[in-house]
Design a binder for this molecule. Sequence first.
Ligand code: DNO
Length: 355
Amino acid sequence: MKMTFRWYGSKSDPIPLKYVKQIPGMTGLMGLLDKPAGVDWPEEEFKALVDEVHGAGLELEVIESVNVHEDIKMGLPSRDEYIENYISTIKMLARNGVKVIIYNFMPVFDWLRTDLARVIPEDGSNSLYFDEKDLGDMGPLEIVRKTQEDSHGFTLPGWEPERLALLEKTLKQYEGMTGDDLRRHYKYFLDAVIPVCEEAGVRMACHPDDPAWPIFGLPRIAHTTEQFDKIVKLHDSPANTVCLCTGSLGSNPENDVVAAIRHFGEMDRIGAMHVRNVKFLGHHHFREAAHLSCTGDLDMYAIMKAIHDTCPDTYVRPDHGRMIWDEVGRPGYGLYDRALGATYLNGLWEAIERA
Ligand code: DNO
């Protein structure tokens, strides 16, 4: 298991790389370049990032959010050009040492919350929160406005301004599209990129829909084990894998997260893990909790044990943390709680190994 940390680059992440390095057991990053979906990532810029990360004594083997352009998801004729750019980016990342590329296939929205800083009454910290009832009142444009307002000026992953500017138009274009249509467009994409990955020695890892159910009537096809079974078979290859995010899949209590890890781990189809805890508050209603099992509803020991038993070489990152100790930062991506999370998960790992 390689413990890693999501980092947004020195221009937009207030956390210095040396702080990341000082978290015990941290081997590297799940990094990114802040680029709009559909562009061919510039190699010089990426090389500079690799040098910076290596200079801090960390690895950069996992890249997140190489976002898939909406035209690919919608199956428009212009998709071929964007797929070409994606392929060129895959080759470039592979040339520069990347082993896993995390992406998602959610129409329009990446992850979604109705409150980015809900106070946890027990201890006064705050965390990301979702209540479908609030969403009903808001509607897509309102939720986007609120999310941007609440993000302290940070660009949030998946909420890039270029993409949101076209929101109204894009939502219209999705009208009438079914899950099967979306899956067909997904297959077209995978058929083009997976052979390239096989040759280049990288794995694509699909992040689940977050939260794990359809929203705003948009088709969503990546929030249950059955759906991921279909995804890994759309183009059946060891390079077509899952980024198993416990907090996203686990936002729906009907998903058995531990069984899902064992299932895809045994198939060698887990490219990376995002590990976080959630607290269920009702139907389609949850908040994110500290990583420690007893603060939420997921069993972190069983999660780490499943990773240990079925995909022990995978990359793990402590996913979203709460905001604690008055830290001001990107919602979900502060330093302190994620550092505590990493340390706790490393502790579980050590105990599992030594047992
Ligand atoms: C949310 C993240 C996601 C994830 C993307 C991958 O905080 O886990 O934004 O990186 O969905 O494309």
